[in-house]
Design a protein around this ligand. Structure first.
Ligand code: ZN
Length: 252
């Protein structure tokens, strides 16, 4: 965790500090080494949130694009009392989860159900093959404008298959730490929308990091997939023609 309560105030870790976990209230110790990003840790190996993953520089860079008060927000279910710490939650209740490591399908579904209004941002640099796959499968994706929506069959041929059936939007970050501040306005993320166009095609579009920050600030929004499908139906946007062969393969 980046934040713990010290004397009732949210503080970042500093050598020798101890604090209180904002999730469970137990004592946490500041870990300020050289191997990992400075963080707060519970005693031993335990953590109060089973969904929490060890943080990397990638997590921190993303979180730091958002106001401190939005980072590491404790969410509690009023019905079950279940508690989790969201990476970022906006004042409008939108949760953004930055996912670096692999998780089980069951955990992914649980998290989507728990937060409901959420977006995944997935580290596409974790598996070495993922970036070459999209660069080969969709060679021009980096040069597409943000409002260019594409519907394609078999998106798992170029996007990480684990994430292609989510019930919430998924943003793939294939550049990770390679992207510097000067390129953050470029369309380097792929936003895959939930649901399907005519049931079997997935709709996606490129997005700049700065747009994601704008979404959180309520300046922009992720377009409604239904509207996009209507536009695709009306042929006002370019619809890729899928070969019959692909269609047959997919439906088998
Ligand atoms: Zn805790």
């Amino acid at each position: 965790m980046k934040f713990a309560l010290v004397g009732g105030e949210r503080r970042e870790p500093e050598p020798t500090l101890t604090g209180q976990c904002p999730g469970c209230g137990e004592t946490v110790t500041a870990k300020c080494g050289t191997q990992r990003v400075w963080h707060w840790a519970h005693k031993g190996l335990r953590t109060c949130d089973p969904w929490w993953e060890p943080e990397t520089e990638w997590h921190r860079r993303w979180k730091n694009l958002f106001p401190v008060s939005w980072q590491e927000t404790v969410r509690r279910s009023e019905t079950t009392g279940e508690r989790h710490i969201a990476d970022v939650q906006t004042p409008h209740g939108l949760v953004i989860e930055f996912q670096h490591s692999t998780i089980t399908p069951a955990e992914r579904v649980s998290r989507e159900h728990f937060y409901r209004d959420m977006i995944w941002v997935v580290d596409g640099t974790l598996a070495k093959k993922d970036r070459p796959r999209i660069d080969k499968g969709l060679p021009d994706w980096r040069w597409q404008p943000e409002n260019k929506y594409t519907a394609k069959f078999l998106v798992e041929n170029f996007l990480p298959s684990f994430w292609v059936k989510c019930d919430v939007p998924v943003l793939f970050d294939f550049d990770g730490l390679l992207v510097g501040p000067s390129t953050e306005r470029q369309n380097h993320l792929i936003c895959l929308l939930p649901n399907r166009y005519r049931e079997d095609q997935a709709v996606f579009f490129p997005m700049a990091r700065s747009t994601l920050v704008g979404i959180a600030n309520n300046e922009t929004s992720i377009p409604d997939w239904r509207e996009i499908c209507r536009d695709l139906d009306a042929n006002r946007m370019q619809v890729p023609t899928a070969s019959n062969r692909l269609q047959v393969l997919y439906r088998r």
